[in-house]
Design a protein around this ligand. Structure first.
Ligand code: NCD
Length: 429
């Protein structure tokens, strides 16, 4: 199988042709089209390594009415992704080797993106007893990232043991940083003046920050790696910045929504904007953007959290937490970070492909566009403007916070190991 991508601007820089043969980049430059090759006109398009999402909720097994591994994979491909990390908070929870292999195998069967299961840190996400970390790692699924996401590993002793355990095989614990004793069981938004006015129970930014601070010290103590999922406050950024300056092995991700959306959206009580961590004030958003631009935050991760209508369309306090993200992430990040000049396309490739692949240990993903690398590729039209229509989504769910908003840049083509999964913005097959 041969494909020639003609005239793409590699990482937004100079234009070149790419020849992909049997899933591998075989030539870059001025390519003579071999007979029988598929030709893709990429004039004016930016070529990026296929995007990698560190934080996706695929809902299968258990909630296939909200998303399946297949539909989530399709949403990912439309968004320019070639790999996603599938969070463990399914039903049953991904806390055994068998469960991880099942997710892995369903991802292979769908064949649209690489689906890499995340293993739970604790059995049943209960926060008490370590899950089968080693068995999950040694399984066919090769799990390297562990997370109780949706819940915080609140017990410091359990977190310490998890960090010690995964260190042996180069794994990482991705922490949903939220001290439960500061968050409370009914809290549903950021605690501040507005939550008081709206009569909504909130939790403060410091509930996140105290766990980030504790965990970087545990990472230092154990010599292991910790990853902070969906960082949402300026205080967390400060802690991560300090920890990195000390040589502590910490990485962090931010979601597209925390780079734009602010807590004042809650004034309409629209549960579409109910998410965990909650939307924060302007000062936090500004700090997150700056930290992504300066490398303190390593990666953008979607936290794609599909929910069925009957779980989301409730009074704000009762609705499920979470919003869709896979199909829109690139346009959001391009519009917020690249368009205003805070980052280049090469920076975007780093935070949405190279760094997440490195954090997750996915050797075939996030590679530089060079001869010998797998043909995992995303072609983006930087001049296109899109208006998001939640009903045009390939996700099974509709909890889309961007409905009706316009962004700059659109994913045109996605290739997984040289095979087009999305062509002209449309799923292949
Ligand atoms: N991010 C979300 O708002 N929701 C996540 C889990 C979670 O982090 O609460 C989900 O699984 O729906």
């Amino acid at each position: 199988m041969k494909t020639v991508v003609q005239g793409a601007r590699l990482l937004g820089e100079s234009a070149a042709d790419l020849l992909i043969v049997d899933g591998v980049i075989a030539e870059i430059g001025s390519v003579t089209v071999p007979s029988g090759a598929e030709v893709v006109d990429a004039d004016g398009l930016v070529a990026l390594p296929g995007l990698v999402d560190l934080h996706t909720h695929l809902r299968e097994p258990g909630r296939e009415d909200a998303e399946t591994i297949r539909t989530g994979s399709q949403a990912a491909a439309v968004g320019g992704y070639t790999a996603v990390l599938a969070m463990a908070n399914t039903n049953p929870v991904t806390d055994t080797a068998e469960a991880a292999e099942r997710v892995h195998d369903l991802g292979v069967a769908a064949g649209i993106v690489d689906v890499q299961p995340v293993g739970a840190v604790t059995k049943g996400l209960a926060g008490e007893e370590l899950a089968e970390l080693g068995l999950m790692h040694r399984s066919r699924a090769g799990v390297r990232v562990f997370s109780d996401d949706g819940r915080c590993v609140a017990d410091a002793r359990v977190m310490r043991r998890a960090l010690e355990y995964v260190k042996a095989f180069g794994g990482v614990v991705s922490q949903h940083a939220q001290e439960p004793s500061l968050a409370g069981p009914t809290a549903c938004c950021h605690e501040g003046e507005l939550s008081g006015q709206l009569g909504l129970p909130g939790w403060p930014g410091v509930a996140e920050e105290v766990i980030v601070a504790r965990d970087v010290m545990l990472a230092r103590h154990t010599g292991s790696r910790v990853h902070v999922a969906h960082v949402s406050t300026a205080g967390s950024v400060e802690v991560v910045r300090w920890a990195k300056s000390q040589g502590i092995a910490v990485t962090a991700e931010v979601t597209p929504h925390h780079l734009i959306l602010t807590t004042d959206l809650l004034a309409g009580y629209d549960p579409t904007f109910k998410v965990n961590p909650p939307l924060r004030p302007d000062e936090d958003v500004a700090a997150l953007r700056a930290a992504l631009a300066d490398g303190t935050i390593d990666a953008v991760a979607t936290d794609h959290a599909p929910h069925a209508r009957h779980d989301k369309e409730h009074a704000f306090v009762d609705a499920a937490f979470g919003m869709l993200g896979l199909e829109t992430a690139l346009a959001v990040v391009a519009s917020v970070m690249v368009e205003p000049g805070l980052m280049t396309w090469a920076d975007l490739a780093r935070v949405m492909s190279t760094s997440p692949a490195a954090i997750a240990g996915l050797s075939g993903q996030g590679r530089a566009l060079e001869v010998g690398a797998p043909g995992n590729l995303t072609l983006v039209d930087p001049a296109a403007s899109i208006t998001v229509d939640r009903d045009a989504s390939v996700s099974l769910s509709r909890n889309n916070p961007w409905h009706g908003r316009s962004f700059q840049a659109a994913v045109r083509h996605t290739f997984l190991r040289g095979r087009a999964t999305v062509r002209d913005g449309v799923l292949v097959g």
